[in-house]
Design a protein around this ligand. Structure first.
Ligand code: MOS
Length: 738
């Protein structure tokens, strides 16, 4: 049979595959937003407020306007109207800072854009921006790191958590805090805006070209088909590029006003002002347990800082209700307004800081009980999602814990603080479990089968550096049984069929159904033509008796199979196309049938030398239950990057705001310390592959964010084991260990 012959051909799904776009990147030919240069293009540099609270009294542009090459200094009242958007996830109309740029004379955070200098060159625009003299009536900003919520809401509740806590023989009651973390992708935010009549094209740093198009069209009062957003390559985003920030409408409006293309690229310091950050979060966790370690109560009360303009909430209870079996649980949330720019999603929003607190508390409980922390997790493993009251689609956390323990050598751990030594150094071994949601977005893709044997797959989705080009090529090559080199992937353009966001680790799972459906649709179109047209092996055969499978047309009752390109050549037809869609599962109201999450466990070893106050991370073993892994190389790369970020979160990263000016004082790579290669040991990553067929036909979930979840807790738990010091505030300060 033709089908079984075809089935023996090469498979791509589940095989390590280097990036199909790798050569473009390493040769410098991949074009990022700021690489676009257009005829007559001008450069724009924003002027940021140098106060964090107060009123603009005057903006004196006289000197700046006289400077060489300067075309305009734009401020409030100088731009075409920019409408205020009400964020709406369901309509793909999400915006971070809701206030249109230059909307009023009130300053609410340091670095808020107050004017825009436009000149012939970047240097001229920068010099002019620096020469703009702004007079403020400044007030004392509130950037107080200590957070007290005006009101709190119950995010999740079951049983009676307070009663359970009061009656528990063993309890933990601790406060955990994380400093604000600022996203620092290598590529800073950039917009190149160009008008052709009433049509706007934006080369953008965007994790969602469709959403970006919708927002910019609505802001500028244009029909959506008049706006095109292009983001072919993105130097990562980590959530900071999910939704548009003010620099994009500023560039578009300035380009409209001046009748020239505008390039606006943020500087590294500006990345700390008006393009989001993970807010400061304080959490109180109370655990109650029986003497044999069964949880009886869990309370998590978190407060995050947010901006004056927005109510962004970090959902720190995202993982809490389903992580552990516990009859009594209560999670509350609260906000504290600060004169700081609007925060936004940062890799693993909610779950990452939430699990730092709950997984630290679990380790504290294990220590208090004199129980092994792996054992404590195992005996509190739930049978179903006790928050939703539904079964898990696929949960194999126990195997992550046991396999991780085995790979790490955990049974050799001596629980006594500071008791383990190697080469004269004190070893600390810590672990933590983790979870991240698994879901799909609505997504559409198109397929074009061509007579030269190549295939074009397209979708208005984007690759933020995670490997989307590659996994899409793998999916198409696999389904059509063709060499991967024959697949052309076209994404990163809002004019393509409406795709999904690169967010929430959901894009891979979202693309599977639409690509399958698009291939089926293209195959059906091919069958129709093969049957109706002349000179094909199927001419005159009833189309209902034909099928398209693994890239070939064949009669359902057997006979020889003919590849799509051969059929097209016989027909003298260049190509045949199809489009397909998949429905999302994310954000749907009501109770789902399954609780869908990925799970994992991290095991960390630190080496501590108190004589010289030196702490090194010497080993990390991480095991994940993330469904079927489509590309183990890209997936491991995602996890490694996330673990590096977790080490940075635990040890280095924190944005410091000056109490007087409200300025982020470490707004550069010398003072805002991120983990570097020298801080990172070899990372040992394992996937236990249980396909989650409730999510899609390949059983694949995403793996971008889960690698960061739990990492910081595993590390600080290891620090406790080495030193006896509990690090409850991130980043750790080395002096706290002495
Ligand atoms: Mo991710 S924080 O959804 O980019």
């Amino acid at each position: 049979m033709a089908q079984s012959q075809a089935a023996s051909s090469v498979t791509y799904i589940g095989k390590a595959r280097a990036r199909v776009d790798g050569p473009l990147k390493v040769t410098g030919t991949a074009r990022y937003a700021s690489d676009h240069n257009l005829p007559g293009m001008l450069y724009a540099v924003p002027v940021g407020a140098t106060i964090a609270k107060g009123t603009i009294k005057d903006i004196d542009t006289a000197r700046a306007r006289q400077m060489p090459g300067v075309r305009a200094i734009l401020k409030r009242g100088d731009l075409p109207p920019i409408a205020k958007i009400t964020a709406n996830f369901g309509e793909s109309l999400m915006v971070d800072e809701p206030r249109p740029p230059f909307d009023d004379d009130t300053v609410r955070y340091y670095g808020q854009y107050v004017a825009l200098a436009v000149a012939d060159t970047f240097e001229q625009a920068k010099a002019a921006a620096d020469a703009v003299a702004v007079t403020y009536a400044a007030e004392t900003p509130n950037v107080d790191p200590h957070l007290v919520a005006k009101e709190t809401k119950v995010a999740s509740e079951r049983g009676n958590a307070e009663k359970g806590f009061a009656s528990a023989p063993v309890t933990i009651d601790a406060l955990y805090a994380i400093s604000p973390e600022t996203h620092n992708p290598i590529e800073t935010h950039a917009t190149v805006a160009t008008w052709d009549g009433d049509e706007l094209t934006l080369y953008e740093t965007s994790q969602g070209v469709i959403n970006h198009r919708n927002v910019l069209a609505d802001m500028l009062g244009l029909p959506r088909h008049k706006v095109r957003v292009i983001a072919k390559f993105i130097g990562s985003g980590f959530g900071s590029k999910l939704w548009p920030w003010s620099q994009s409408p500023l560039a578009a409006a300035a380009a409209m006003k001046l009748g020239k293309p505008i390039k606006l690229v943020l500087s590294r310091p500006m990345m700390f002002h008006a393009v989001g950050h993970r807010p400061r979060i304080e959490q109180r966790v109370r655990l109650g347990a029986s003497r044999d370690g069964k949880l009886v109560s869990l309370q998590q009360d978190y407060v995050n800082s947010t901006s004056i303009l927005d109510d962004y909430e970090e959902n720190c209870g995202e993982a809490t209700p389903h992580m552990y079996s516990v009859p009594n649980l209560r999670v509350t949330s609260g906000l504290a307004k600060r004169n700081i720019g609007t925060p936004t999603a940062m890799r693993g929003p909610g779950a990452v800081p939430g699990l730092f607190a709950t997984e630290s508390a679990m380790d504290e409980l294990a220590a208090k009980l004199g129980m092994d922390p792996v054992e404590l997790h195992l005996i509190n493993e739930p049978q179903l999602d006790e928050g939703l009251g539904v079964p898990f689609s696929s949960r194999h956390l126990k195997e992550c814990l046991t396999l991780g323990a085995e790979k790490f050598g955990w049974p050799k751990r001596d629980p006594k603080i500071g008791s383990m030594k190697r080469d004269g150094k004190t070893l600390g071994w810590g672990m933590a479990a983790c979870s991240w949601l698994a879901a799909r977005f609505d997504c559409t893709a198109a397929i074009e089968l061509r007579d030269d044997g190549t295939v074009r797959v397209s979708s208005a989705s984007q690759d933020i550096g995670t490997g989307t080009y590659t996994v899409m090529a793998q999916m198409v090559a696999e389904t059509l049984s063709i060499a991967i080199e024959r697949v052309e992937v076209v994404i990163g353009d809002s004019s393509l069929p409406s795709g999904a966001l690169s967010g929430g680790s959901m894009l891979t799972a979202s693309l599977i159904a639409p690509i399958d459906a698009a291939i089926a649709a293209a195959g059906a179109a091919l069958i129709t033509q093969a049957s109706a047209g002349k000179n094909t092996p199927f001419s005159g055969v009833d189309a209902k008796k034909l099928q398209f499978s693994r890239g070939k047309v064949t009669a359902k009752d057997g006979g020889s199979a003919t590849a799509f390109d051969e059929v097209l050549r016989a027909l003298k037809v260049k190509s045949v196309s199809g489009q397909g869609s998949g429905e999302g599962t994310f954000g749907i109201e009501g109770k789902p049938k399954f609780s869908s999450h990925s799970f994992g466990a991290h095991f960390v070893e630190v080496m501590w030398q108190p004589e010289i106050a030196r702490l090194r991370v010497s080993r990390v073993v991480s095991v994940f239950d993330a469904g079927r892994i489509i590309n183990p190389l890209a997936a491991r790369n995602q996890i490694e990057g996330a673990v590096v970020m977790g080490i940075g979160m635990a040890l280095f990263e924190g944005t410091e705001y000056d109490a007087r000016s409200g300025a982020p004082v470490n707004a550069n790579f010398a003072d805002y310390v991120v983990a570097t290669n020298a801080d990172i040991p070899a990372l040992d990553v394992h996937f236990i592959e249980y396909p989650d067929f409730n999510l899609n036909t390949l059983g694949a979930r995403g793996v971008g964010e889960i690698g960061l979840a739990g990492t910081a807790a595993a590390l600080t738990n290891a620090i406790y084991h080495a030193t006896g010091v509990r690090v409850r505030e991130l980043p750790m300060k080395i002096e706290s260990l002495l």
